[in-house]
Design a protein around this ligand. Structure first.
Ligand code: NAD
Length: 396
């Protein structure tokens, strides 16, 4: 998402960048297999890269729980390409719905936008999609106004399970106003090219089968481990019990190795897989590596000075003082504190210029929702987008 070449252009460090997919990591031989996965391929498209130290930050892939039809028929929301595909599909659905002599049922199906998964991804997307409809689509294609519909499906009893009860209620009532249908206690079991099949559990525990025709299906049911990470986990005995990703120690070193670090959603450090955690881990790792480089330099210099000190020389006291100072610095910087995550709170956008926030301030819990929270959300969000190339548009 970030233009890596322009980032590197301003760095003095020698960085070699390959646009490739890491397909296999061999921690014994210390090599990474890389493959040029782009559409245009040259004669060389599979290579091996040797490493001294390795940082893995490949994130996660979309969980589908093996539910039939999901991979083939739904859109995900992780990469920029996913967002472009969603955007194109929304417009295709609208144009096809308004095609000459389209039957009313087919129109309804095409204009039914289904989002599966009521976590922050699904909730934010459903809100943004309804906004896009209210603020843009409705003006361009007013004739579809009555049939355009967004449905959010969640298997648990409520959406945003990680937020407080008050904010869950606020989100649900805002969605009602926005005319987004929320189906909770409804688990999707099967997907075809035109329908979503789900099982709904009623208040009496009775289960009913629902078949919902859709035009666009966005699947947001959380994270799964990427194959390259799973493959590495299977080669490290200490990772035997890891499920959600690479278990790391308090310095983000992958357990069972001493030269591999992992950060972000592919690492399990005991925190939620959020951008906030990943950003702090990245900054920590940069400090750690800088310290390691400085340590190496100091150790070499100390070694050099101590050897020369053995020879009787006139400036021995000066050298001894420098040596002492260097040793002191070394002790100070070698004492690196482990990674500590500082939680700034949870924020989610819920549509129509409203957001919800669970923030810890002054040791108290502060839950807020509404227009002011939206301004807070937007400023927090924009200040975290370090790229000046970032532009906001309503469909992600
Ligand atoms: P999630 O795991 O938080 O939520 C997925 C939801 O899908 C769950 O509530 C689950 O019950 C539901 N689900 C699973 N299978 C289902 C099925 N078959 N039918 C119906 N519902 C089903 O996933 P997410 O929303 O993608 O979030 C992933 C991580 O990213 C989280 O840690 C989240 O906090 C973070 N995130 C944060 C923000 C934010 O802070 N604004 C935004 C996006 C993501």
């Amino acid at each position: 998402m970030e233009p890596i070449r322009s980032v590197l252009r301003h760095k003095k460090a020698a960085v070699t960048f390959y646009e490739a997919e890491a397909t296999h990591i061999d921690p014994e031989k210390k090599v990474v297999k890389i493959s040029d996965s782009s559409e245009i391929k040259g004669q060389s498209s599979e290579q091996e890269l040797a490493y001294d130290k390795l940082v893995i930050a490949v994130g996660a892939e979309n969980a589908t729980f093996g539910i039939p039809g999901v991979k083939e028929h739904s859109c995900f929301l992780k990469e920029v390409g996913d967002a472009q595909r969603i955007r194109k599909q929304i417009m295709d659905c609208i144009e096809t719905a308004t095609f000459k002599d389209q039957s009313p049922e087919e129109r309804k199906r095409l204009l039914h936008m289904v989002v599966v998964g009521g976590g922050p991804t699904g909730v934010e997307f459903a809100g943004e999609l309804q906004d896009f409809f209210e603020e843009d689509i409705k003006k361009w294609v007013p004739e579809i106004a009555d049939d355009f519909k967004v449905t959010l499906i969640e298997a648990l009893p409520n959406v945003l399970p990680s937020f407080s009860k008050q904010l869950i209620d606020y989100t649900e009532s805002t969605f009602k106003e926005e005319k987004i249908t929320i189906l909770t206690k409804t688990a999707v079991k099967n997907v075809t090219d035109k329908t979503v099949e789900a099982e709904a559990t009623g208040p009496d525990g009775k289960k009913t089968k629902l078949v919902m025709p859709y035009g666009l299906l966005v699947w947001a049911t959380g994270n799964a481990v990427r194959p390259v990470v799973r493959d590495l986990m299977s080669q490290i005995p200490a990772q035997k019990d890891s499920r959600r990703g690479l278990a790391v120690n308090e310095y983000l070193v992958v357990q069972g190795t001493n030269d591999i670090w992992a950060t972000g959603d592919c690492a399990v450090a005991g925190y939620a897989p959020t951008a906030q955690v990943a950003a702090q881990e990245g900054a920590f790792l940069a400090r750690l590596f800088n310290t390691m480089a400085k340590t190496e330099y100091l150790e070499d210099r100390i070694e050099e000075l101590s050897t020369s000190l053995n020879i009787s020389r006139s400036d021995a006291p000066v050298v001894a003082t420098e040596l002492e100072a260097l040793q002191k610095t070394l002790r100070r910087i070698k004492d690196i504190k482990p990674f500590h995550y500082s939680h700034q709170g949870s924020l989610a956008y819920i549509g129509s210029d409203r957001a919800v926030a669970d923030v810890t301030w002054f040791n108290g819990n502060f839950a807020s929702g509404g227009g002011l929270t939206y301004l807070f959300w937007r400023s927090a969000y924009l200040s975290m987008c370090f790229s000046s190339k970032f532009h906001h548009c309503h469909v992600p």
